[in-house]
Ligand binder design. Structure first.
Ligand SMILES: [Zn+2]
Length: 218
């Protein structure tokens, strides 16, 4: 548990490093292996004040189990994902600029880069418009990502939620999502990006997720 507190606290620095967040609007969580608990960012604490000790622990209903601060205001969405997607070990939320611009238009990012085929296996989909306060955001994330190759969803008019086998993988998906959102946006400025044939997307995804993964564990 203490290791995971440190991992989750430290991963928030990656959100800052890759310019995915401003102020306190973004969060990382990680499932506690073998327990119905997860570690998440405390609400309203700035990124440079995050420590393993001030991370909070919640159960899968989003109730505070351990910690002096209240959990992130996005905790209900994280909890809903953990309850409904047992293979997910990490969840990240950001309002990163380019990805959120696609979300603002309600437009999926088309798979026009091999890096997208590798990481996301196709387009990055759009999830429904949902307000904070109940399970609506969590439901939208799960409905969109369950059975989808993509590890990231653009919640309409809002921002990005990404998932992974652990917190680090979810952060990687958030970083990659912003990167491809920016590149495809730039490509759009000068013309129509060329699609990649589905067969090739499948081949790239399969190689990256299997062959590549075994050689160099991520
Ligand atoms: Zn948000």
């Amino acid at each position: 548990m203490n290791d995971l507190r440190k991992i989750v606290a430290d991963l928030h620095a990656e959100l800052v490093r890759y310019n995915l967040v401003v102020w306190t609007a973004g969060n990382v969580s990680g499932r506690v292996p073998g327990e119905d608990l997860f570690v998440i960012k405390p609400s309203g604490v700035s990124y440079d004040e995050l420590t393993p000790e001030n991370m909070v622990v919640c159960d899968l209903d989003g109730n505070l189990v351990e910690g002096e601060h209240s959990p992130s205001s996005d905790t209900a969405a994280h909890a809903y994902v953990y309850r409904n997607m047992p293979d997910v070990g990490g969840v990240v939320h950001t309002h990163s600029t380019y990805a959120s611009a696609w979300a603002a238009r309600g437009e999926a990012i088309p798979c026009v880069l091999t890096a997208m085929a590798d990481e996301f296996g196709g387009e990055i989909p759009v999830g429904p418009f949902a307000l904070i306060g109940d399970d609506s955001i969590g439901q939208g994330i799960v409905q969109t990502l369950k059975g989808h190759r993509s590890k990231a969803v653009l919640m309409q008019n809002h921002g990005v939620f990404s998932i992974g086998k652990d917190a680090k993988a979810a952060v990687k998906a958030a970083v990659m999502c912003e990167d491809v959102a920016r590149t495809v946006h730039v490509a759009r400025q000068l013309g129509d990006p060329l699609p990649i044939a589905q067969d090739d997307i499948d081949r790239l995804y399969d190689r990256y997720q299997n062959v590549y993964g075994q050689r160099s564990p991520r």
